[in-house]
Design a protein around this ligand. Structure first.
Ligand SMILES: NC(=O)c1ccc[n+]([C@@H]2O[C@H](COP(=O)([O-])OP(=O)(O)OC[C@H]3O[C@@H](n4cnc5c(N)ncnc54)[C@H](OP(=O)(O)O)[C@@H]3O)[C@@H](O)[C@H]2O)c1
Length: 307
């Protein structure tokens, strides 16, 4: 972690100075929300770009760059880092975290899963690490732009560090909700992500949930995930599996999921944080997870091979 790097400090508007590490689909959406409000963040990525572009039904937002790619060259710590790399890329992004964080920097992790804090905290000792539930679908397009499909919305734990995130995003198009029972919200989203993983195994988009056989399989899988979530302390009703399935029935047939986009591009999959976690936590609580125990190894093999 940077101890002596010149702090960029709070920007002149009084809002926290922000860096986005991982300016992909989610990072670009948050960067665009900040830029539209006159609070352009520092962009820290892997692939150099002159700018970022977000498109949605309302038009386009061009976020001026550059996307910095060398942590040693991007001087200055910030008040708030949005970490929006994939969970498989956290370790590789550690040099960015070291360069941008001082001990009071808030690190808000914009990733799926329920284990963000444990995964990121070792790389930012002393910094508050906040998990966030990301509710909006955003898709990186082949031309490098990002398509936002829905309203930008995050849920954070009702914790002191969340104030910094609220201040940073106040008055922007990205709304923030604070959850007193964040664990339950995060597990509910995890159930949604876990079942979305079935799209990878079929190579199909959300329309596949219209099939009766897939609906039955999804419900059984969701009930299994619910049992693990409850064993972890989540308070979720018996209705949650059916509610999630119904939401999939309501999605546009061509709606994908980021793990499907990764599979289609032959990139590593976030199978462990989205699906493997159900088997792992189930084993710890002695909750049987027979469907997860089939789904997770198939996703792992799709991600990592060999073959
Ligand atoms: N997309 C969605 O709709 C959605 C919805 C809810 C939650 N999520 C979750 O949000 C997280 C981010 O997903 P995403 O879809 O935004 O992923 P993404 O589009 O792949 O974005 C990841 C970004 O991180 C960059 N990156 C990779 N390694 C890096 C490194 N070492 N240092 C700095 N930047 C690095 C990538 O750069 P390159 O351009 O070089 O690849 C890319 O710009 C995931 O956990 C995902 O599950 C996504």
């Amino acid at each position: 972690m940077a101890q002596t790097g010149r702090p960029e400090a709070t920007d002149t508007s009084g809002h926290p100075a922000v860096a986005i590490v991982g300016p992909g689909a989610i990072g670009t959406t948050v960067a665009a929300a900040l830029h539209q409000a006159g609070r352009t963040p520092k962009l820290c990525g892997r692939t150099p770009r002159a700018s970022l572009e977000l498109r949605d039904d309302r038009g386009r937002v061009l976020v001026p760059g550059p996307v910095h790619t060398d942590p040693a060259q991007a001087a200055g710590t910030v008040d708030l880092v949005f970490l929006a790399v994939k969970s498989t890329q956290v370790r590789a992004s550690a040099p960015w975290l070291a360069a941008l964080c001082r001990p009071d920097t808030v690190v808000c992790v914009l990733q799926n899963g329920v284990e963000q804090e444990a995964a990121v905290a070792p790389f930012v000792p002393g910094c508050p690490v906040l998990p966030a539930v990301v509710w909006f679908p955003a898709e990186a397009q082949p031309d490098g732009t990002v398509r936002l499909r829905g309203e930008a919305r995050l849920t954070l734990p009702d914790a002191p560090a969340s104030r910094t995130v609220r201040e940073a995003l106040s008055g922007t198009r990205c709304s923030i909700e604070l959850a007193a029972d964040f664990l339950s919200v995060a597990w509910r989203k995890l159930l949604q992500n876990a079942v979305a993983g079935l799209m990878v195994l079929s190579g199909r988009r959300a329309g596949m949930f219209g099939r009766a056989d897939i609906s039955r399989l999804s419900l059984a899988y969701l009930r299994e995930c619910l049992a693990v979530a409850r064993a972890e302390g989540a308070v979720l009703s018996d209705e949650v599996p059916r509610e999630i399935l119904e939401s999939f029935h309501g999605y546009p047939a061509d709606l994908g999921t980021s793990i499907l986009a990764d599979r289609e591009a032959d990139r590593p999959l976030e199978w462990d944080v989205r699906n493997g976690v159900v088997s792992r936590r189930g084993r710890a609580h002695r909750v049987p997870t027979p469907i997860s125990d089939v789904v997770a190894p198939l996703l792992a093999a799709a991600s990592e091979g060999p073959g």
